[in-house]
Design a binder for this molecule. Structure first.
Ligand code: SF4
Length: 332
């Protein structure tokens, strides 16, 4: 019972607060506004899913939280608060100290981001050595061994090279690197996209067991609403660089409050529809020249006059629910 109380208290503490995050890629044809005014709070111990089609801004948001946007991309505005720290205001040197130790990333395609000519144990040790002064050879080896155990790999894996590992094993090495310094926030960007369904499930189970052991919060970035639905506490639905809807997973799936979310949910296969896939007509807009007003209005079956000239703000429209849609009177 006491454990339940502690858990409830820790879940109500805010681990990460994101406000008005804006990222643009400056191209010869003009700025591509990849993330426009994204804001949310992540509670300690929570699993938040960021879901959306390709180009919706979810991976750019993840990279921006880590301050890993590279030119021609630029973080144009916003605050990313990790407890007392505004990550966007830190010097690059201070941010290097925070990265991996307090906020960490399992990047998209981690399988290809491992160094092919270095044993994987040494790659895990490298992350620790980059943050801690002289951890000591034996202590370091022990740490690597216990990290491998944490992600359910045999200690002998430390001596192997990436090409000797299966996709699922490489993904676990990526996870071990990401959690080596026990971060408070773990961002996992499409962590299982290249794996088959069975391995996917096992890797996700490991990720969440590690999360619980570390008492960390997780942001899970992905395009698969069905996978998200099974894994997270809350979902943020992104469209054209903005959050369209944010809410607890069950109520969001049962009663979507944004037409785009509703269409995403309806496109999930179900027993009643017997495998008939219902896609969303039309294409996501160009972020170089996004439509005026609500970015979803060219595809929205419920479009109204005002939708074409007023961008709907993400507002609270029900308990724990926020939506950016003019169908709700709370939205300006
Ligand atoms: Fe559709 Fe208008 Fe709502 Fe946009 S604001 S989702 S166009 S109803």
């Amino acid at each position: 019972m006491a454990g339940l109380v502690v858990n409830a208290e820790s879940k109500s503490r805010v681990a990460l607060r994101v406000e008005n995050l804006r990222v643009a890629y400056h191209t010869s044809r003009g700025p591509v506004r990849a993330v426009e005014g994204v804001g949310f709070q992540l509670r300690a111990g929570e699993r938040l899913g960021l879901v959306g089609e390709s180009g919706s801004g979810k991976s750019t948001t993840a990279m921006a939280l880590m301050r890993l946007i590279r030119p021609p991309g630029r973080i144009e505005a916003g605050r990313v608060e990790l407890d007392e720290l505004d990550l966007l205001a830190l010097s690059e040197e201070k941010m290097r100290g925070v990265r991996f130790s307090r906020i960490s990333l399992i990047p998209q395609g981690v399988m290809n981001s491992l160094n092919p000519v270095m044993r994987v144990g040494a790659q895990i040790a490298d992350t620790i050595e980059a943050h801690e002064e002289r951890p000591g050879r034996e202590a370091l080896q022990e740490r690597v061994k216990s990290l491998l155990a944490l992600v359910e790999l045999d200690p002998a894996t430390a001596r192997m090279y990436p090409h000797e590992l299966s996709g699922g094993m490489k993904q676990r090495i990526g996870m071990a690197i990401a959690v080596a310094l026990r971060p408070e926030v773990i961002i996992a960007d499409e962590p299982t996209s290249a794996l088959d369904v069975v391995v996917q499930k096992r890797v996700m189970d490991t990720l969440f067991r590690v999360q619980e052991e570390l008492d960390a919060a997780v942001i899970l970035v992905g395009h698969d609403m069905g996978l998200m639905a099974q894994c997270v506490d809350r979902i943020g639905v992104m469209y054209a660089g903005r959050l369209a809807e944010l809410g607890p997973v069950h109520s969001l799936l049962e009663e979507p409050l944004h037409p785009y979310t509703r269409m995403l949910v309806e496109s999930l296969p179900s027993l009643e529809r017997k495998g008939v896939f219902r896609g969303i007509p039309g294409l996501p807009p160009s972020l170089l020249e996004p439509p005026l007003g609500c970015p979803f209005h060219p595809r929205c079956p419920q479009v109204m006059d005002r939708c074409a000239d007023r961008v709907p703000a993400l507002e609270v429209v029900a308990a724990e629910r926020r939506a950016a849609c003019h169908l709700h009177p709370e939205v300006s």
